[in-house]
Design a protein around this ligand. Sequence first.
Ligand SMILES: [Zn+2]
Length: 256
Amino acid sequence: MHTMRVIDSHAHCGIQEPYPPQAFEDYLAAIRKSPISGVALFPPVAEIYDRHDPFFTDTPSWRESRKTANHYLTTLKNREIDVFPYFFIWNDFAVDQLSDNHYGIKWHRHDDEPRYNYDDPACQAAVQAIRKRNLPVVLEEELENTIRFVETIAPGLTVIIPHLGMLNGGYHRLASAGIWENPNVWADTALAPARDITEYIDQYGHHRLLFGSDFPFGHPPSELSKIRRLSLADTEMKDIFANNLMRLYEQIQRGI
Ligand SMILES: [Zn+2]
């Protein structure tokens, strides 16, 4: 039997916030004996902003924490498996810290958390910088902001909606809004219910769907088995496990 290439498109990794353990070594331990040979990593939310304070205002020490968190991921290159660092952006829209080491942007908030300043001109400038590099954006936001981001704030940008929308208002509300039909909108399977994955593939095909684990909240080998149990064609599985993601990465502009 030949082995299938598997890249995890959604995992959190950092060393400043020790709970739950999510250092790179913890990820490697979690995938031991699994066929996963590469991973897209995002810094943990807890290292980016205070998610428990909706009125949170930025401070120099939080800026420092973000910088350290984003930098850590770029130091993990060539360590046993392929590592694809994503830059976690926040309200300082620090796209000057983007480099050719980055494979994507993490853009994340829940509805009880401090808001992104979408009306800040720096936000539009950041979108332009991301567009120039053609980096995919993993966007976890409440429903209205997800729709606004895709249609108005960043049209044309590749947006990956994690968990098949579970934390972006839900799979079906996004379907009703026509979001999944948008050719720039992708999705990942991390912690998504199997029935949503099957329905998505039936409705929209499998070419914009990515395997993800949501480590340390999801267990990569179990998330892998979840996809394997869907009785998909071999080619569909290969695409979801690696080819689709590689297609996105090939389109990234370097040397900018
Ligand atoms: Zn996640």
